[in-house]
Design a protein around this ligand. Sequence first.
Ligand code: FMN
Length: 312
Amino acid sequence: MQRTCVIYESKYGSTAGIAGAIALVLGPARTCRPEEFSSDMRSFDLFVIGTPIYNGNVAPAIRRFVETNASWLRKKPVAFFCTCINLHKGHEYLKELREMVGGDAPAVAFGGRMEVGRLDRDDLTALTLYAKKTDFVLEDRDLTDMGAVTAFALALRERMACGGQMAEAAIKTAVEDYLKANHICVLATGHDDRVRATTVDYLFENGKIYIYSEGGEKFAHLLRSPAVALAVYTEYTTMEDIAGLQVEGRAEILRPGAAGHAEALALRNIDPDRLRAANVDLNVIRITPEKAEFLNAAFKRQGHAMKQTLRY
Ligand SMILES: Cc1cc2nc3c(=O)[nH]c(=O)nc-3n(C[C@H](O)[C@H](O)[C@H](O)COP(=O)(O)O)c2cc1C
């Protein structure tokens, strides 16, 4: 597993919060301030360095850290972020740090947070003076955008995951074999702020996942959002046998009479006449996979990364 070290400075907490969020998405990870960094932490695989912007500058402790450690940081994957109020200047603020480690490290400016009542005397004086001289209005601001933060972390995660990937066709076969070898999954459906995880029986055929259901609460979500995820896993014994597959995709509801409904029943050898006698509708959820993430110890034994990702 690739490990990430998030090094940050933060006087009022917003950069610390974002550093923590990035560590959560990129984990296994740890966060630390520059003074907590020790040389054994150089063995981490990715370094994300975050700084607030004060008076047009990156935090001095972060500048010192990058300056002092530039020689080995240049040889490692590094990414930078800053938190600030003037987002237009975000990239400019980070330019000097990027140049110290070679210039092409990913860098992003996130909206920061400022609570006037929490500023210490020096900061309040500096910002009051600045506001008098410019059109800057000194007031509470919260430009935090957790969507932008998680998108950055996910993009870094994807970059790091490239090593040890199997050929696309081999991942696809492994995913399909696993889906065929199993028949129970946990199906996640949701909309707005509600989610539901339902254990269901499924059938994998012709690249699609079929779930047969008389009805239930999952349809309250599916009617409002076709986005689904499902998990299939092997009961855990040891790390040497671990296997679990997660599939994200789009679901269609096939009501009786809808195109594809009869074919879906036939895949499962369900007799429509017997069904009619049962006197209730049998609906089909047909899922088209969009992304599969397969964690399988067997991949590691074959010399690949334990986790393989496939986009359809
Ligand atoms: C004294 C002071 C100076 C600041 N100067 C700038 C600035 O030059 N440009 C900017 O975009 N934001 C500026 N900000 C806003 C901060 O970058 C923002 O509030 C940041 O999220 C603070 O991070 P922290 O909560 O981790 O300390 C300043 C904030 C303070 C308190």
